[in-house]
Design a protein around this ligand. Structure first.
Ligand code: FAD
Ligand code: NAP
Length: 542
């Protein structure tokens, strides 16, 4: 297909983001559909998540062989890795290689933040504005803004007064020297646990400020031999087939056995095998089919993990502080010797629920009981304004000048995680109410579906394309119903927006699994996109 750019815009499509999503989207639209594409990223280079999160210990917890693009068979065969999980530098190298191979950088303007996007109903074009003063008109926008990308900086009194180094893990600068420093870490989620484990051996003293303890199982990162990797490469078609036809898409067989259908001994044996093998998603979804849906099954998993904590952590008081008491129903964590860290003499744990942070001072942290913790470096591992965070930073205006912020004031809508009623020709990769999985396969699924939808609109002379309100409402109801069948809404985490003060608690994911999600996308495409408004304006194109 060759590019025509008959829409009257400066370009056909604008892509925002140079992570897994944006990179592949540029390739699809530019090289496969032949559209004229302008892409932006705020960062100075490609990588998205893996550009920004350079904190020590940053590691993907998706197995190495399936944390990559499935479609690029050549790259699958050419790439290699050392261990069962990939470190941040390895993933960044992989994405740079992908960008080089497909010559993607020439379509990007880096260090450029998109600040506004307004839809003009008369021309069916978007006008996009950037912080560098660009104003560009395009028919399509595809957002690959990331769902764990807009950082969450806590509003703690005095945070601006700290005279040492204050660093959020999601904006980790180059050249931070942690050796021999007095380091504080606020936050004990996936990121906190990784950065704590990596920092403890370097610090003179590490103080961990924990609000809510979390369940953690071993990641099980181990060297992978050339023979094992060759075997994987030989079997890649079957491996990806299994991944795309599974629920969480992590590359392991998901269990179909209810936890209470086996004896306690058998249950513990299965948990122990998963503990030894490693992997958070494997522990939650590979052991039994109902850990995330049945309270008794969930309790059994909780008991297994909390017993391990007591066995690992030598000081009983510290062990108790590290022991979660809520449901095991957040994004499952895994790490390398996380609980063991607290046996070190140079690590102390502070429960900031009991003894809250009163103020960040020039020299450290003062707690409510008056304790002063002197610090050289304070690390905020306080997570993200997840899912819609980056969308809310762009002044999106759709039909009738309605802003996305208004549309989403009660929590983000989003049809199929890729589109929004009233915002024609605007597509989202990992937008609200998309699947909750190992993300590259979901990203790939969405990028390909979006590309097919754009091709359809091009081929059929459609000037404006957005979901019908009733289709979106039905999808949201489906997402709510499925979420309600799980225990996830009962645990407070970013998945439902509970981590950011003032954020609406709402369903933000389709928890029905990638296989079912793909079936829904296919059904919509096969119906001729019947759930979408399709405005045909005969003169709009010429
Ligand atoms: P991102 O990689 O987040 O890229 C979004 C890009 O958009 C960013 O570069 C950002 O600068 C840019 N951007 C945003 N707004 C604008 C704007 N207005 N203008 C210009 N540019 C903008 N997922 C897994 O499946 N497995 C894992 O093991 C895993 N580990 C993770 C570890 C960490 C530390 C984090 C933070 C996330 C992890 N994730 C993991 C989720 C991860 O975000 C996804 O796997 C994937 O990398 C997302 O890719 P993306 O392209 O959708 O978004
Ligand atoms: P997170 O899960 O939201 O954890 C944030 C942590 O900061 C929590 O412990 C939270 O405590 C704490 N916190 C936030 N505000 C605070 C405050 N004002 N005072 C004290 N504590 C505060 O964020 P994350 O750890 O960055 O992880 C987000 C997601 O990124 C993960 O779930 C995962 O999807 C992805 N990730 C994956 C990996 C990986 O292993 N592959 C690594 C890193 C990130 P509360 O729990 O009390 O709110």
């Amino acid at each position: 297909m060759t590019h025509t750019n008959t829409h009257g815009g400066d370009v056909d499509a604008i892509v925002i983001g140079a992570g897994f999503g944006g990179l592949y989207q540029v390739k699809k639209l530019r090289d496969d559909l032949g559209l004229k594409v302008q892409a932006y990223d705020d960062a100075p280079g490609v990588g998205g998540t893996w550009h920004w999160n350079r904190y020590p210990g940053a590691l993907s917890d998706t197995p190495s062989h399936v944390y990559r693009y499935a479609f690029d068979k050549e790259l699958l065969q050419e790439s290699t890795w050392e261990t069962t999980y990939l470190t941040q530098p390895e993933i960044l190298t992989y994405l740079n290689r992908f960008a080089d191979k497909h010559d993607l950088r020439r379509s990007f303007q880096f260090e450029t933040r998109v600040t506004a996007a307004h839809f003009d109903e008369a021309t069916n074009l978007w006008t996009v504005t950037t912080n560098k003063g660009d104003t560009v008109k395009a028919k399509y926008i595809v957002c690959g803004l990331g769902l764990l990308s807009a950082i969450n900086t806590p509003d703690i009194k005095g945070i601006g007064n700290f005279k040492g180094e204050l660093i959020h893990t999601g904006q980790w600068p180059e050249g931070v020297d942690l050796q021999g420093k007095r380091i504080g870490v606020i936050g004990t989620g996936s990121t906190g646990q990784q950065v704590i484990t990596a920092t403890a051996p370097l610090a003179e003293h590490l103080t961990v400020f924990q609000r809510t303890p979390q369940y953690n199982v071993p990641v099980g990162n181990r060297p992978q031999s050339a023979e094992e990797i060759a075997e994987i490469k030989k079997n890649y078609d079957a491996i990806w087939d299994q991944v795309f036809n599974s629920g969480v898409a992590f590359g392991f067989e998901e269990s179909t056995i209810p936890a209470m259908s086996v004896s306690e001994e058998e249950r513990d044996r299965i948990f122990q095998d998963a503990w030894d093998e490693g992997g958070g998603f494997r522990f939650m979804f590979g052991t039994f089919c109902d850990i995330a849906t049945d309270e008794a099954a969930n309790k059994a998993a909780q008991k297994f993990i909390t017993t391990k904590i007591k066995q690992i952590v030598k000081d009983p008081k510290t062990a108790e502080l590290l022991t979660p008491t809520d449901l095991y129903a957040k994004r499952p964590l895994c790490g390398h010797n996380y609980f063991e860290v607290y046996n070190r003499d140079n690590v102390s744990l502070i429960n900031v629920k009991q003894n809250p942070i009163d103020e960040i001072t020039e020299t450290g942290i003062r707690l409510a009981d008056g304790t002063e913790c002197e610090l050289d470096i304070l690390i905020l591992a306080t997570g993200f304004d997840a899912v819609e965070g980056n969308y809310m930073k762009i002044d999106f205006r759709g039909r009738g000048g309605v802003t996305l912020a208004e549309r989403w004031k009660d929590g983000p809508d989003g049809y199929l995680g890729v589109s929004e009623t009233g915002f024609p020709n605007l597509f989202m990769i990992l937008g609200p109410n998309g699947p909750f999985t190992n993300l590259p396969p979901s990203i790939e699924t969405q990028v390909e579906w979006i590309s097919d939808a754009i091709k359809y609109t091009e081929d059929n002379g459609i000037a404006a394309f957005d979901p019908k309100p009733e289709a979106e409402e039905e999808w949201l109801e489906t997402c709510r119903t499925i979420a309600g069948m799980t225990l996830f809404p009962k645990a407070e985490s970013w998945i439902f927006g509970a981590n950011v003060p003032g954020k609406k608690n709402a369903v933000r994911f389709y928890l029905g699994g990638l296989i079912n999600y793909r079936a829904v996308l296919k059904e919509v495409a096969d119906s001729g996109y019947a759930s979408f408004e399709q405005t045909r304006i005969s003169v709009a194109a010429e």
